[in-house]
Design a protein around this ligand. Structure first.
Ligand SMILES: Nc1nc2c(ncn2[C@@H]2O[C@H](COP(=O)(O)OP(=O)(O)OP(=O)(O)O)[C@@H](O)[C@H]2O)c(=O)[nH]1
Ligand SMILES: [Mg+2]
Length: 199
């Protein structure tokens, strides 16, 4: 006991890591659940439901024909980027009928990833608009599906009419290191913005 008391003050507990909340958004079937699952160090929470015959008219699986499930509430995962920096990832549902959840999920978010598939670029317009309107910094990550044509980042930027400050990154949502690069770019943007504001 005495030893512990004597040590008190000499060994300071490590400060709690900074925790940031990031959203992962984008159109239906673009790979949001896959991305969260690829990097999460906890077993990610998924709220997947089977796609059904009844949903076929609204759940457009063109381009992701192998898709069997869809997210109906959110994905949740966590990744420690550095000892002092933890990210909580919230994946949004991709379908328009779940828009009512977005404001709840976006509360307190410091940044976002908008995932895009170049075969269905228009599917990410709504997410881009959403974050632009709320001035939430985001990175546009092109999920390079097998068989999809590759386009240079500048072409994607022009097609989406993105602000020059928005990073555009080609990624593979199944690959941990690739996804980490995307997340780092969101965090860097946020920190650069804070540094700029602090003068
Ligand atoms: N080839 C390839 N397939 C992928 C990639 N990312 C996701 N997939 C597949 O594409 C399908 C869609 O992935 P999900 O992660 O469920 O997409 P989502 O954006 O969460 O879909 P919703 O929540 O329904 O909007 C799944 O069958 C994945 O296995 C990728 O980078 N490359
Ligand atoms: Mg999903």
């Amino acid at each position: 006991m005495r030893l512990l008391r004597a040590d008190r003050g000499r060994t300071r507990p490590a400060p709690a890591p900074v925790a940031l909340k990031l959203l992962v958004a984008g159109g239906f079937g673009v790979g949001k659940t896959t991305l969260v699952g690829a990097v999460s160090e906890i077993r990610p929470l998924h709220t997947e439901e089977l796609l059904t015959e009844a949903g076929r008219p609204v759940d457009d699986t063109a381009g992701v024909e192998g898709k069997r499930t869809t997210t109906v509430a959110m994905d949740f995962g966590r990744i420690t980027l550095r000892d002092d920096l933890v990210l909580y990832l919230f994946g949004t549902p991709g379908q328009d009928r779940f828009w009512f959840l977005w404001d709840e999920l976006a509360r307190g978010a410091l940044g976002a990833v908008v995932l895009a598939d170049t075969r269905r670029l228009q599917d990410c317009f709504a997410a881009v608009d959403y974050f632009e309107r709320r001035s939430i910094p985001f990175t546009l990550a092109v999920n390079c599906f097998d068989g999809a044509d590759r386009y240079p980042e500048d072409d994607v930027r022009a097609a989406l009419d993105l602000d020059p400050g928005v990073p555009v990154i080609l990624c593979d949502a199944r690959e941990k290191e690739s996804v980490k690069g995307v997340l780092v770019s969101v965090v860097e943007q946020r920190f650069a913005e804070l540094a700029h504001r602090a003068g």
